[in-house]
Design a protein around this ligand. Structure first.
Ligand code: GYE
Length: 333
């Protein structure tokens, strides 16, 4: 009898350790044989997306849906209708969902995530940050961040604006900002100032246009009523840049000539604007993140330790690039 009880207890202990190890808690010293390692088809991802903000976001969502089908990943997709930020409720739901074994989030707001991240960790569900960073004291609360270096994107935009305004008597620049709480908006603004201010650029106006065309146009129209003493416009994404172009045209100013314009994302609409010679520069921000996110999620699910940041590779495109038409034709978004 005693022997049987011991056997039963040891089976339960080993079982719970194996389960705990598979559930992604701190890896215990068990040797993973291929049979115990998760595969893509074992992954059920709870993905919390930012609501629709324009072409970049659509391409990003498409990347997650298409790549999930290609890999056999089961995707539970929550599209938080921004500006209403329902992401916190969705995150809690995925923590409670027994099927979900990895949570991925593109956080609308950079702060306020510690508690939920701790709860996800306590339940053994790895969390992958996609697209946008968060401000959190303990980086162990998430497996990794897959996304762009927004500060570097801002630096590239600032350096390009310096080139465009070289020799200009005045260097007043207006800035259209994304949603104020996001890491993309904060970091791009910081990066732009790091390089732009070195060549004497002064940011004389700066306001959020929430990533969209309409608000971008409205804000520039208001500023133009107050003053036309502007030599450049830095839009933190293409949609807001396109709105600025419309506002300049409305009062007879020639975009990209009278006022230089730089935006970020490198979407197809930005390439079209450069081909129309309305936009000087677009700095690429790659939305096709899903392959890297799913690869990181699988590694985290199998208890691997990941670098805290997996950066995406990006370029800068100029209106006067040779074979711009060919580049535009080859773009995926
Ligand atoms: O630049 C903008 C989108 O988070 C990098 O969000 C993304 C940004 C992108 O709305 O177009």
């Amino acid at each position: 009898m005693k022997k049987n009880v011991l056997t039963l207890v040891s089976i339960l202990v080993i079982g719970s350790v194996a389960l705990a190890a598979c559930a992604g808690t701190t890896p215990v010293a068990i040797t993973k044989t291929p049979a115990t390692a998760y595969k893509y088809t074992d992954m059920i991802i709870g993905f919390i997306q930012v609501g629709s903000e324009g072409a970049w976001r659509s391409a990003n969502s498409a990347s997650f849906k298409e790549t999930a089908v290609a890999l056999g990943v089961r995707l539970k997709f929550y599209d938080s209708a921004s500006p209403g930020n329902y992401q916190i409720a969705a995150f809690q739901q995925f923590i409670n969902d027994p099927e979900v074994n990895v949570i991925v989030i593109s956080p609308l707001e950079a702060s306020g995530w510690e508690e939920l991240l701790q709860e996800a960790k306590d339940t053994g569900k790895p969390v992958i940050l996609s697209d946008r960073r968060i401000e959190v004291g303990n980086e162990d609360l998430y497996a990794t961040f897959v996304g762009s270096d927004f500060v570097e994107e801002g630096r590239k935009a600032g350096a390009a604006m310096c080139k465009l305004l070289a020799g200009s008597q005045k260097k007043n620049v207006w800035e259209l900002v994304g949603n104020v709480g996001s890491s993309a908006a904060k970091d791009r603004g910081q990066g732009f100032r790091e390089t732009a201010e070195k060549c004497g650029i002064v940011v004389t106006n700066s306001q959020t246009a929430n990533w969209n065309i309409i608000e971008g146009q409205q804000i520039i129209e208001v500023w133009l009523k107050e003053s036309k003493d502007v030599q450049g416009i830095f839009a933190q994404n293409d949609e807001m840049g396109l709105g600025a172009i419309e506002a300049l045209k409305k009062i007879g100013l020639v975009p990209a000539v009278d006022v230089k314009i730089i935006s970020i994302d490198a979407t197809s609409a930005a390439f079209q604007a450069m081909l129309n010679r309305d936009l000087n520069v677009t700095v690429e921000c790659n939305p096709l993140l899903a392959p890297q996110v799913y690869e990181a999620a699988l590694a985290a699910l199998n208890g691997e330790t990941l670098p805290k940041w997996i950066p995406t590779k990006e370029n800068v495109f100029f209106m006067d690039d040779k074979n711009l038409e060919e580049i535009a034709a080859g773009r995926k978004y």
